[in-house]
Design a protein around this ligand. Structure first.
Ligand code: PMV
Length: 324
């Protein structure tokens, strides 16, 4: 009744932004990401008949109630699938510092889906694991696979066609992603809340949806061709369009901090000096910079010189979820 799994985080190059079903976590748009070797979560799930509630230990400490309830609701789905009713102790550790403003929901729920289903006696294949992870956090469905991954939005009401598929393995293209953290402040609006507000109030939301299929096709072709310039341009455009839907929500909101702009400007100036570098930004203030591995050390040094930049984590494409 116990199992452990390791899953890596991912960075969306074509963003998932907006749900058509909040309970089943079904997206309005397909998305595309790269799994990150440097950021991962290791999770052990032990079902124990002696427990009268679920326990969550996160990075060595008992987690706060909100996080415990989120995990408990996720375990309810696993319990229902397995036809059992036993509580569990979940112990989870991130490879990256908490409070660095780095989201752990993708790696966290991918590792939890894998460990909990195995501990409950379920034998799930990649597709079923991806659909399960999606129920914890949408982006987690992509972390089941390594390398370059597409989450096809699906059209069915029950979500049975909404799961991730691998597009290219990690070794296909050793692209570098530099994650520059510029704020350790807890963001005021979670991505879940932010996307719901956007869908409900932004007059630009449908325009955002109309851009996805073309961006997605271009991004996937660029990965197949290992074409950084095309991939970088599409990723930047797509990220800025996502943030534009937030700026146009009512009331509007913006995740960026001073450091976010500082990194954007640095990336522009790197490009002007002939170094190919491109940025993408999730629902937060931190910025990920895409570049060739041969430029990673030089770019890291430049980013660390910016006053607002706290840490730079260099990552490459990483593997999919594994049982330990
Ligand atoms: O899966 P969530 O609820 O953490 O939402 C992720 C949203 C973005 O990070 C902004 C985009 C994405 O596709 O990962």
């Amino acid at each position: 009744m116990q199992a452990s799994a390791k899953a890596h985080s991912n960075m969306a190059l074509i963003k998932y932004w907006g749900k058509r079903d909040e309970t089943l976590m079904l997206p309005h748009n397909s998305s595309f990401s790269v799994t990150l070797d440097a950021l991962y979560t290791t999770t052990t799930v032990a079902f124990d008949a002696a427990l009268d509630h679920d326990i969550l230990i996160l990075n060595g400490r008992e987690a706060e109630e909100k996080a415990r309830l989120k995990v408990s609701r996720f375990l309810d789905i696993v319990r229902e699938m397995a036809g059992m009713n036993i509580h569990a102790k979940v112990t989870s550790q991130n490879s990256f510092p908490t409070g660095a403003g780095l989201a752990s929901s993708a790696s966290g729920f991918a590792a939890l889906a894998c460990a909990a289903s195995k501990a409950a006696g379920l034998e799930l294949d990649g597709k079923a694991l991806s659909m399960l992870a999606r129920r914890g956090s949408g982006s987690a469905c992509r972390s089941i696979y390594g390398g370059f991954v597409e989450w096809q939005k699906g059209v069915k009401l029950d979500g049975s066609d909404s799961y991730a598929k691998p597009v290219a393995p990690p070794e296909h293209w050793p692209l570098s992603l530099l994650i520059a953290t510029v704020s350790d402040k807890q963001k005021k609006i979670s991505s879940r809340e932010g996307m719901a507000k956007t869908v409900a109030t932004s007059p630009f939301y449908n325009s955002w949806l109309n851009t996805i299929e073309e961006d997605l096709a271009q991004a996937k072709a660029a990965v197949q061709n290992r074409d950084l310039d095309t991939l970088g341009k599409v990723a930047e455009r797509n990220a800025l369009r996502m943030h534009a839907t937030m700026l146009s929500a009512d009331p509007p909101f913006l995740y960026w901090q001073k450091g976010t702009i500082a990194v954007i400007r640095e990336v522009e100036s790197l490009r002007e000096s002939g170094i190919p570098a491109y940025f993408t930004i999730d629902a937060g203030a931190n910025v990920a910079v895409l570049c060739e591995p041969s430029h990673a050390a030089q770019i890291k040094e430049k980013l660390l010189r910016l006053r607002e930049v706290q840490h730079v984590i260099v990552s490459g494409p990483g593997p999919g979820v594994t049982l330990l």
